[in-house]
Design a protein around this ligand. Structure first.
Ligand SMILES: [Zn+2]
Length: 448
C-alpha cells in the first residue's frame, strides 16, 4: 500500500482484483458496471473493481489494465489522484498508469478550434519511468499522425535528430551515394519528388563499456501509394502511417538512452516516399541489392522489405549482435492478428521465448509467427535470384519475413510486423498513430 502522508490533498483510487479484498466498509458502495470493470466515484475516493479481468492470462490482463487506465482517466475528468491497490504487483499497475497518461494525448496542431482539455493527474511510485514512456508514445503518435504533405523523409530525419539528444549521427546517405551503396532504398524512393528524396541514416548511442551491438532498423515510408502497382483509395487512406516502424524505432531508441542501457546501439532509418511518376520502379525491374543478390520487383507495393533488406545487409557487415527491425510491412499480418497485435518473427528460439515472456509481463502484445522455410520457394523468380513477393495469395506476412531473412547472416534477428495505428474503442476515443512493441523490446534489450 502506498504511503498516504505524501498524498494529503489527493483523491485515492482503490483498485481491487478480487471481491474478497474489498474492505468491509466499502462493500456496500454500489459500483457502476462497465464491460471489463466496475467503478464508483465520490468526492473522497474512487473504487475500482477489476474482478472481471483477474482471470485473464498475464498478457491480456496487463493489456486490459492499460485500456482501463485510459477509460478511468476520462471518467475522472480532472483532479489529483493517487493509487492504492490490492491483489496485484506494482509492475501490473504501471500499465494502468501508462494508459491513464495516454488518455491525455491530443493531436490538434491542425485544428483551428482548440479545446483546452482538463487533465487529471495521478501519482505512483513508477511516475518517472512512466513519464519517459509517455514521452516516447506521444512522439511516436505525433510523427505518425503528421501527414505526408508536411512530413517527408527529410522531416522524419530532422525529427529523429531533434528527439535523440544523446545520439550521434554517424551516417547520412543520399543521392548518387545512396544509389551505389543502398540500391534498393534508392530504387524505391526514386519516383518521389526531389523534396522527398530517399535517405539512409544511422544514429549511434554508445556506452563506454558496452559489449553488445544492437541494431534497430525502421521502415520509414513517409507515404505509400503502392507505386505503379497503385493501391485502391481505401488501401491508401491510412498510408501516412507507413513510417510507423521508423517512428517506433526512434521512440524505442530514445527510451534506451533515457534508461541509460549498457548497449552499443545503432539506429538505422530507411526513409523514402513510394510515389507514382515516370521515374518509379516498375514491376519486373531487376535491381542488384547491397549484398549482391538480384531482386526482381514482383510488386512495387512490397517496397518496405526492399528498403529494409539493404539496411539489414549493412547491420550484418557491422557485426551486429542483435538486429531488430520494425515495419508496417504486410496487410496479411493484420488479417491474421487484427490491429492490436503485431506479429514477430525470430531466427533464434531462445530469444523468441524471452520476447514472448516479456510481452506478457509488460502487457505489450507481440505474437510469434513462423519463418516457415517450406514457403520460401514462393519467392522464386524466373529471371533473377528471387522476387520481392510470394506467388501465393496466402501467408504474405511469412513470405515477407522469409524475404528479409535472405539478407540476415548468422545473427540473432527479430522482425516486427506492426499496424502502428489504433482505432477508437469502448475504452478510449483516440484514433491514430500508435506505439507498439516498444515496451517489450525495451525490457528485452535491458536483459541482453
Ligand atoms: Zn507498400
Amino acid at each position: 500500500m502506498t504511503s498516504k502522508r505524501i498524498h494529503l490533498r489527493k483523491t485515492p483510487i482503490y483498485i481491487f482484483f478480487l471481491k474478497k479484498q474489498i474492505p468491509q466498509d466499502f462493500k456496500k458502495i454500489p459500483l457502476e458496471d462497465f464491460t471489463s470493470y466496475s467503478v464508483s466515484k465520490d468526492d473522497d475516493k474512487i473504487l475500482l473493481n477489476l474482478e472481471k479481468i483477474s482471470k485473464l492470462n498475464t498478457l491480456q490482463k496487463n493489456y486490459k489494465l492499460f485500456l482501463i487506465g485510459q477509460a478511468l482517466s476520462k471518467y475522472c475528468k480532472s483532479g489529483d489522484f493517487f493509487i492504492d491497490y490490492f491483489g496485484c504487483e506494482q509492475t501490473d499497475v504501471k500499465n494502468f498508469i501508462l494508459g491513464w497518461n495516454l488518455a491525455n494525448y491530443n493531436f490538434n496542431k491542425f485544428q483551428s478550434k482548440k479545446f483546452q482539455k482538463k487533465i487529471p493527474k495521478i501519482s505512483h511510485e513508477s511516475n518517472d519511468e512512466i513519464s519517459l514512456l509517455t514521452e516516447s508514445y506521444f512522439f511516436i503518435r505525433d510523427l505518425i499522425n503528421t501527414p505526408a504533405n508536411i512530413l517527408g523523409p527529410n522531416e522524419i530525419f530532422n525529427a529523429a535528430k531533434k528527439f535523440l539528444k544523446k545520439f550521434t549521427l554517424t551516417n547520412f546517405v543520399v543521392g548518387k551515394k545512396l544509389e551505389k551503396n543502398f540500391p534498393l532504398i534508392s530504387a524505391v524512393g526514386q519516383g518521389a519528388d526531389d523534396s522527398k528524396k530517399p535517405i539512409f541514416c544511422e544514429f549511434k548511442f554508445n556506452k563506454k563499456k558496452s559489449k553488445k551491438k544492437v541494431f534497430l532498423i525502421g521502415k520509414g515510408v513517409s507515404f505509400d501509394t503502392g507505386g505503379l502497382n497503385i493501391k485502391t483509395g481505401s488501401g491508401m487512406s491510412l498510408m501516412k502511417k507507413d513510417m510507423g516502424g521508423a517512428a517506433n524505432c526512434i521512440g524505442l531508441a530514445k527510451l534506451i538512452s533515457d534508461f541509460n542501457l549498457d548497449v552499443d546501439l545503432r539506429l538505422l532509418l530507411c526513409l523514402v516516399e513510394n510515389s507514382v511518376s515516370k521515374k518509379s520502379i516498375r514491376p519486373s525491374d531487376i535491381i542488384k541489392s547491397r549484398n549482391g543478390s538480384f531482386v526482381e520487383i514482383g510488386d512495387t507495393d512490397a517496397e518496405g522489405r526492399l528498403i529494409l533488406a539493404d539496411a539489414i545487409t549493412y547491420a550484418c557487415e557491422k557485426n551486429a549482435d542483435l538486429i531488430i527491425d520494425m515495419a508496417t510491412l504486410t496487410g496479411a499480418s493484420r488479417v491474421a492478428m487484427g490491429i492490436d497485435v503485431p506479429s514477430f518473427f525470430c531466427n533464434d528460439e531462445d530469444l523468441a521465448m524471452k520476447l514472448i515472456d516479456l510481452s506478457q509481463k509488460t502487457g505489450d502484445p507481440l505474437w510469434q509467427l513462423p519463418l516457415w522455410e517450406n514457403y520460401s520457394g514462393q519467392l522464386n523468380s524466373a529471371h533473377a535470384d528471387f522476387k520481392n513477393i510470394g506467388n501465393s495469395m496466402f501467408g504474405g506476412a511469412i513470405t515477407a519475413a522469409l524475404f528479409l531473412q535472405k539478407f540476415v547472416k548468422d545473427i540473432p534477428w527479430i522482425h516486427i510486423d506492426l499496424m502502428a495505428w489504433t482505432k477508437a474503442n469502448k475504452f478510449c476515443s483516440y484514433e491514430g498513430g500508435e506505439a507498439m512493441g516498444i515496451r517489450a523490446l525495451l525490457e528485452l534489450i535491458k536483459r541482453i
